[in-house]
Design a protein around this ligand. Structure first.
Ligand code: IPD
Ligand code: CA
Ligand code: CA
Ligand code: CA
Length: 263
């Protein structure tokens, strides 16, 4: 039998330890490189944090598999077994430019089912945490199931990129939505945007391309508070593939997909 409580406690300890190391790095010089394009940044801290988690997991749980953004983990073609899906720093651009608005994100899955989700806002020392069937918590306080929200009263997170002409969505669909909602926000960290939806700070989050490590923890949190996640046209998510995401409170999600995104 897998002892999920023990894995949970251990993972939380490692996340806090990694957070402390990241905070200590603020006074040191960062080494910054680019990946797929000049705005796709990675630092030595992203890489060292991922390597920290991998060495901890491999020595405590050698049979578990690891999928990490920076590529130090395993090459996976399925989610069979126990898989840790790790984004060592979600919001690297914010980490580099702002030294805030970034998070460590870890989702632990068993045969494709989300068991544990941890999102740690390192600068605010806020830990969002969920375990399957046991609810979602922010710093140990249980977060309530999300209340129904009307479109005109909703705050939706989305990046301005998607509301101007782009190759991933017909931006004309989004203009009426942006006009209708109470407000829009963009934080530049998918993991925290999921955590904010789960905690009711945001009502929904729409984005056109996320990877498994951006969402693995957030999906576990969201499920525990009754939130819904699909592609922007309302289709089921395949966690292992890059995908668009529309996540939010259930009624709001249904209304927005039907009236704005699918039409
Ligand atoms: C990015 C952030 C950003 C989102 C990008 C992600 P990273 O993650 O979550 O908000 O818009 O699609 O790649 O690269 O900073 O871990
Ligand atoms: Ca990245
Ligand atoms: Ca990310
Ligand atoms: Ca990252």
């Amino acid at each position: 039998m897998v002892n999920w409580n023990e894995i949970n406690e251990t993972a939380i300890g490692w996340v806090r330890e990694a957070g402390e190391t990241i905070r200590a790095s603020f006074s040191k010089t960062l080494s910054i490189e680019t990946k797929s394009n000049p705005n796709d940044l990675v630092t030595n801290i992203d890489q060292e944090t991922e390597q920290f988690f991998i060495s901890k997991i491999q020595s405590a749980y050698p049979e578990h598999k690891i999928l990490g953004e920076e590529g130090f983990g395993d090459k996976l073609s399925s989610l069979e077994g126990i898989v840790w899906i790790i984004d060592p720093i979600d919001g690297t651009m914010n980490f580099v430019h702002q030294q805030r608005n970034f998070a460590i994100s870890i989702g632990i899955y068993e045969n494709g089912v989300g068991k544990i989700g941890l999102i740690y806002d390192v600068v605010h020392d806020e830990l969002y945490h969920a375990a399957e069937g046991q609810g979602a918590y922010m710093d140990g306080v249980k977060m309530p199931v999300l209340d129904e929200v009307k479109v005109e009263e909703a705050i939706i997170a989305l990046n301005a990129t998607w509301v101007i002409e782009n190759r991933r969505i017909d931006h004309n669909k989004l203009i009426p939505l942006v006009k209708k909602v109470r407000g829009t926000r963009s934080y530049g960290t998918a993991a925290l945007e999921f955590a904010y939806v789960a905690s009711g700070r945001l009502d929904a989050y729409l984005t056109m391309r996320l990877a498994p490590w951006d969402v693995a923890a957030g999906l576990v949190l969201l499920k525990e508070v009754g939130g819904v996640a699909t592609t922007v046209d309302g289709k089921e998510i395949n966690l292992l593939e890059k995908s668009s995401y529309f996540v939010g409170e259930k009624n709001l999600h249904t209304a927005v997909v039907k009236d704005y995104l699918q039409s």
